[in-house]
Design a protein around this ligand. Structure first.
Ligand code: GLN
Length: 489
């Protein structure tokens, strides 16, 4: 029984020979098969994972130094290209697509010894907040509300990854975050989700949604495990021109520093209408915990916060419409048959894309069209700049910013599906950090009245994941979140 083991536990267990990597990976592959009800994995990779485990065991037997993620089972959002393993973006459009190459981030994990066990379910092309727009049907949150049997959304778009980590099927998973897709599902599923600074991890080999926003990041059950994963994922990549030439610090070594002397900002504009009282109370409690641990709490203002969501829902669809233009039925993926080429394009895209993706392509094409470019796209870019400037000014006064992660706990599956705006409102607290390219983490901080997890969110300066992690660790210790979901394997 190897459930609830984290990355650091696995490292210790392998080092002391409590179990072998093969035993661990076999156990976790069985857990994965057992977790089918969550619909969180879309492709299993047992051979690949077992081979990595065998190599890790051999390395240990030969007395070679262990690699940072030796034998650690990791699930991967099905947006990362994996060599020889189908990659779908949870879309019919990528039917039959088997990449001949490995994404940089997954290649980095493999080089660090990880055993990649599964590709996980997501909202189609990472567009959504529920994992319900997936071609494979919705993933299911392992948490249920007390006295309410309805299945809940795991959040999205990295909902499959968050669900598997929450259910303890894997100790860690990869997600991507464009406007909140790591952090909101982490909050919904009661786990830790970290979006690094834009440029910290290479985007090479990740199916593109909105290139100026997309970032890979880890989903884990502890802050320490997030730090371990991030170190393995990060680094400059000459194949991604937006990947930063920044040294990769030892993120784990930054932990344990405590928050004494840190200044933590609480932005008044994040106190939105209709926010549940218990979320507001948890946010105040979080500030109180940090204060008790020695931080100074500072009220700050991020005056353009209110415009972040509308700006995001112009910029992201604009970039998506351009990125998704490549799916034309000619080069790879789905191809609908037709007599003429225009008809083939139209039919392929009509049958290959789901409703939400089509909506984004239409919005994006509209805001980029000659007559509306300045009115919408240019304006949204200007707003984006103002939002980044709000943060720059705030970081003159504080070292990190504390907010809730999402405005509600996990909603029942199927809810908000016929109301895109209600769905978009889920991203109200996560989108500003995305637009500004800042590192941010969500961690589970408590349960609501129905027994569902709620997350707190820390935002940091560019490339200062270390402070974000340090503060998150202090919050984690104070919150003492140890509740388990109904479904654990
Ligand atoms: N929910 C947001 C959207 O639908 C964010 C998605 C993401 O971060 N990939 O665009």
């Amino acid at each position: 029984m190897m459930r609830r083991l984290g990355v650091a536990d696995i490292r210790a267990g392998l080092a002391s020979r409590k179990f072998s990597a093969v035993e661990l990976v076999q156990d976790r592959l069985a857990a994965l098969e057992d977790a089918e009800a969550l619909n969180a994995a879309v492709t299993l990779m047992p051979e690949r994972a077992l081979e990595a485990a065998r190599v890790a065991d051999r390395r240990r037997a030969a007395g070679e130094p262990a690699l940072p993620l030796d034998g650690v089972p990791v699930a991967v959002k099905d947006l990362f290209c994996t060599e020889g393993v189908r990659t779908t973006a949870s879309s019919a459009m990528l039917e039959g697509f088997v990449p001949p190459y490995e994404s940089t981030v997954t290649a980095n994990l493999i080089a660090a010894g990880a055993a990649l066990t599964a590709k996980t379910n997501l909202d189609e092309f990472a567009m959504g907040s529920s994992t319900a727009t997936s071609y494979f049907g919705p993933a299911v949150n392992p948490w249920k509300a007390r006295g309410d049997g309805r299945p809940r959304a795991p959040g999205g778009s990295s909902g499959g990854s968050a669900a598997l980590v929450a259910a303890s099927v894997v100790p860690a998973a990869l997600g991507t975050d464009t406007g909140g897709s790591i952090r909101q599902p982490a909050a919904f599923c009661g786990v830790v989700g970290l979006k690094p600074t834009y440029g910290r991890c290479s985007r090479w080999g990740i199916v593109a949604f909105a290139s100026s926003l997309d970032q890979a990041g880890p989903i884990t059950r502890s802050v320490r495990d997030a730090a371990i994963l991030l170190a393995a994922m990060s680094g400059h990549d000459p194949r991604d021109s937006t990947s930063a030439r920044q040294p990769v610090p030892d993120f784990e070594a930054a932990l344990g520093g405590g928050v004494r002397g840190l200044r933590i900002g609480v932005p008044l504009e994040y106190r939105v209408d209709g926010m549940p009282d218990e979320l507001d109370a948890l946010w105040r409690a979080g500030a109180g915990w940090l204060k008790e641990a020695g931080a100074e709490i500072v009220d700050i203002s991020l005056p353009h916060t209110h415009y972040a969501l509308p700006a995001y829902y112009i910029v992201a669809p604009a970039e998506a419409s351009s990125n998704l233009a490549r799916y034309d039925g000619v080069r790879y993926g789905l191809r609908a048959s037709a007599d003429a080429i225009e008809e083939q394009y139209a039919r392929t895209r009509r049958t290959g894309f789901g409703a939400e993706v089509r909506r984004r392509v239409l919005i994006g094409t509209y805001v980029l069209s000659a007559g509306y470019y300045d009115a919408y796209y240019t304006k949204a870019q200007r707003v984006r700049r103002l939002i980044a400037r709000d943060f720059e000014q705030a970081f003159g006064k504080v070292d990190a910013v504390l907010t809730p992660t999402a405005p509600t706990a996990a909603f029942p599956l199927g809810e908000k599906m016929d109301d895109p705006i209600a769905m978009y409102l889920n991203d109200v607290f996560t989108v500003p950090a995305s637009l500004a390219g800042l590192p941010a983490v969500s961690l589970p901080a408590g349960l609501d009245g129905e027994g569902l997890p709620l997350g707190l969110h820390l935002i940091g300066r560019p490339f200062d994941e270390e402070t974000v992690l340090r503060a998150a660790e202090a919050l984690e210790a104070a919150a003492g979140f140890d509740a388990e979901p109904e479904f654990v394997r």
